[in-house]
Design a protein around this ligand. Structure first.
Ligand code: ADP
Ligand code: MG
Length: 357
């Protein structure tokens, strides 16, 4: 449906490229999240797809047609921005129908599409209100309504939920996803919130400094980050990453003498807080503080000079001062080289003994 090939973008006067070598294919009916820290090029990518800016290099195709030089209106895309871009002096009805009115679409068609979109979005009772009399979530839905009546097969959304409070955001995530499936929309969604990307997207495209570093289904991105950046960025609390140093028998976790089974070339050992369990023998860690989170407690430990978090269900965690030996399933160990890239463990970790808890 959308195909970006070798896209580069350099803003006039900028010292570094905003985008380099971006290859991205979005299938019909797919919801793809562009995820990454502020300034990594997410909005730029979206604006290039929309036709609001032109790439410095590469080609863009939509539905099999090269649209690299095509204007926005010739691309069949609708766009929803973070600030919704609603007209404050217009009613919900006129905000939703704005585009159709400008195009002078037949009145009967406008009424039919409005009724359909309003029912779908739960806005039927609110059509006479002005945006100032709506909650953030309702405003969001009006912005979506505008995209829905336009019947564009592709919806581009730039941080559409970031103005909402946490509870509403979760509700809108589900609503958006349901709507996208119902309408069969192809959606490219920009967010800096990994939880949002992971919970909504069919595929997450992780970006760093203008490049795509990994694109995978959420579960694959979580299970097998291709670089330490992806390992750090995906998951909350973040994956623990411990530096390795040479020991008597291979690489050991720095300051411990304990070998986590690192393959040659590894510089970092990664393990998620939920993968760690107290074991008969294992990585030595001293509990320094507890963070009680309700459903779980995070024990913030020290391993050598590095911090390391261990997740315990409920409130049942060892008190500060306790020294633990930590084990994990060998499949849960991740290793990264000095270049940040994943290094596969050739042999299983040296022990499998894991105490039940
Ligand atoms: P993100 O949406 O991931 O936060 P952006 O795509 O907005 O990042 O920005 C990527 C880079 O391009 C940043 O360094 C930003 O300052 C720069 N940039 C974005 N838009 C413009 C513009 N219109 N003119 C010049 N530089 C821009
Ligand atoms: Mg942005």
């Amino acid at each position: 449906m959308i195909e970006l090939s070798q896209i580069g973008k350099r803003w006039p006067g900028a010292a570094v490229a905003a985008l380099s070598d971006v290859d991205l294919t979005v299938g019909e009916g797919e919801l793809v999240a562009l995820l990454g820290p502020s300034g990594c090029g997410k909005s730029t990518t979206l604006r290039l797809i929309a036709g609001l800016d032109r790439p410095s290099a590469g080609r863009i195709a939509i539905a099999g047609r090269d649209v690299t030089e095509a204007p926005p209106e010739a691309r069949g895309v609708a766009m929803v921005f973070q600030n919704y871009a609603l007209f404050p002096h217009l009613s919900v009805r006129d905000n939703i129908l704005f585009g159709m009115q400008v195009r002078r679409a037949p009145k009967a068609e406008q009424a039919a599409r409005l009724a359909e979109a309003a029912a779908l979005l739960g806005l039927s009772e609110l059509l006479d209100r002005k945006p100032s009399a709506l909650s953030g979530g309702q405003q969001q839905r009006v912005a979506l309504g505008r995209a829905v009546v336009a019947r564009r097969p592709i919806l581009l959304m730039d941080e559409p939920l970031s103005n909402l409070d946490a509870l509403l955001r979760q509700e809108m995530r589900r609503e958006l996803r349901a709507l996208q499936r119902k309408l069969g929309l192809t959606v490219v969604f920009v967010t800096h919130d990994q939880a949002e990307a992971m919970s909504m997207a069919d595929r997450v495209v992780l970006m760093q400094a203008g490049r795509i570093v990994q694109q995978d289904a959420p579960a694959d991105l979580y299970a097998r980050p291709r670089c330490a950046f992806a390992a750090r960025f995906i998951g909350a609390p973040a994956m623990n990453l411990l530096p390795l140093e040479p020991g008597p028998a291979g690489q050991v976790a720095a300051g411990t003498g304990f070998a986590p089974g690192a393959p040659p070339g590894a510089a970092l050992f990664g393990v998620r807080p939920e993968a760690l369990r107290p074991a008969a023998r294992g990585l030595p860690a001293t509990v320094e503080a507890l963070e009680y989170l309700g459903a779980e407690t995070l024990a913030v430990c020290r391993v050598g000079a590095s911090p390391l978090s261990v997740r315990f269900p409920g409130a049942d965690a060892p008190p500060p001062g306790t020294t633990l030996a930590l084990g994990w399933d060998p499949a849960d160990a991740h290793f990264f080289g000095p270049d940040d890239q994943r290094v596969e463990a050739a042999t299983p970790a040296p022990f499998k003994e894991i105490a039940s808890r």
